[in-house]
Design a protein around this ligand. Structure first.
Ligand SMILES: Nc1ncnc2c1ncn2[C@@H]1O[C@H](COP(=O)(O)OP(=O)(O)O)[C@@H](O)[C@H]1O
Ligand SMILES: [Mg+2]
Length: 362
């Protein structure tokens, strides 16, 4: 049976309410996060991610709605009384303390017995692979090592929920990618519920059990990474997660599993019928670049002209002019000799399954 760790019920947050500097940071957000889940809040800067974490942690109060933690209403609990701990983007270790002292600090404030503190410090430092470096000071550590210490410090009091506010964003790309794996593994090993905040869609897809995509203080969609990527509910989500082709048009016919849509002045596209569409509806179709196959011009039904190529090493992104004002972006791999398969202005075949083309709600 699934236990709900955090139940966010219609939560709104207005900063400086009633003044001319009022900001609605969250607007009736509802979501549930399960125990033992790696849950990610994903969205652009300013969409309210940090605000939601601060409400869960108790650093801010809701203006509307309520938050339940393991079935308990937490409105009146001080931050230190909540079974929650936070890892911040800027990990703010105490510079005059060693690694071990930094990790022990919170436990000492909780007046734990010394033997228990020592054992916990050792356990969490080995969890984050920093056991050997307990005597170092923060300025003797790399950024990645400092972030591990911050993680160990947050794990030490055994919180039931760990809130992570863009913890990898200060690290360089390679390190960030390695830490993704480690964080995911840490979550599995500890069984602690992780609420992870990021504006990086790739990070979210790689790490999460489920993702809530946010914009402007509202949740746009909640789902597993494949749901969000393959079945975005609207244009914002489709656009924010990954690259995509959008085609605006009008539905001209509907049958069971396919619709036909007129794009441009006269181009007809068949797309998967996601239901509830009628002839005459103005819709947006979307098609992921990797669902398109480019090949040398043949008898295929559709052909286009290569308008632009962006070389990316392991692949190249091709912009193909399909005529009638329509462009599609697709990918192709370099050949074995390293040369790209098509050149600018080549006429090529553009193939995809109608099922890969989907109708989005506007
Ligand atoms: N203490 C504050 N006072 C006033 N406005 C704030 C405060 N904190 C955040 N905001 C505003 O609330 C909105 C959401 O901010 P935030 O939760 O930090 O977003 P994110 O973490 O997604 O970047 C933004 O418009 C931000 O400017
Ligand atoms: Mg933030």
């Amino acid at each position: 049976m699934t236990t709900v760790a955090i139940d966010i019920r219609g939560v709104s947050k207005v900063y400086n309410p009633g003044s001319n500097q009022a900001v609605q940071a969250l607007d009736t957000v509802s979501l549930t996060i399960n125990d033992n889940e790696f849950f990610t809040l994903l969205g652009p800067s300013g969409c309210g991610k940090t605000t939601l974490l601060r409400l869960i942690a108790g650093f801010e109060q809701v203006t509307g709605g309520e938050i339940m933690l393991f079935d308990e209403e937490i409105e009146n609990l001080e931050p230190s009384q909540r079974p929650v701990n936070t890892v911040f983007q800027h990990y703010a270790l105490f510079p005059h303390m060693t690694v071990a002292q930094n990790v022990a600090f919170g436990l000492e404030r909780l007046k734990k017995p010394q033997a228990e503190i020592d054992a916990t410090v050792e356990r969490v430092l080995s969890l984050v692979k920093m056991k050997e470096l307990g005597d170092r000071r923060p300025n003797q550590l790399s950024g990645g090592q400092q972030q591990r210490v911050a993680l160990a410090r947050a794990l030490a009091p055994s919180p039931k929920v760990l809130l992570l506010d863009e913890p990898l964003s200060a690290l360089d790309l390679k390190l960030r990618q390695n830490m993704r794996e480690e964080l995911k593994q840490l979550q599995r090993e500890t069984g602690i519920t992780f609420v992870f905040v990021t504006h990086d869609q790739e990070e979210a897809l790689a790490m999460s059990d489920r993702i809530a995509v946010m914009s402007n203080g509202e949740v746009q969609q909640i789902g597993a990474p494949t749901d969000i990527y393959e079945h975005p509910v609207n244009r914002f989500v489709a656009d924010f997660i990954g690259d995509t082709n959008f085609l605006d048009g009008e539905i001209t016919s509907v049958n069971d599993d396919l619709v036909t849509c007129r794009v441009g002045s006269e181009s007809l596209f068949e797309a998967a019928n996601s239901g509830n569409h009628s002839v005459g509806d103005q819709v947006t179709l979307f098609l992921r670049p990797e669902k398109i196959t480019l090949s040398a011009a043949g008898d295929a039904s559709r052909q286009g002209r290569v308008a632009n190529i962006v070389y990316l090493g392991n692949q190249a992104a091709y912009t193909v002019d399909m005529g009638d004002g329509i462009e599609l972006t697709a990918q192709a791999r370099p050949r074995e000799d390293g040369n790209l398969p098509f050149a600018t202005n080549d006429t090529i075949s553009v193939d995809y399954s109608a099922r890969a083309l989907r109708v989005l709600a506007k």
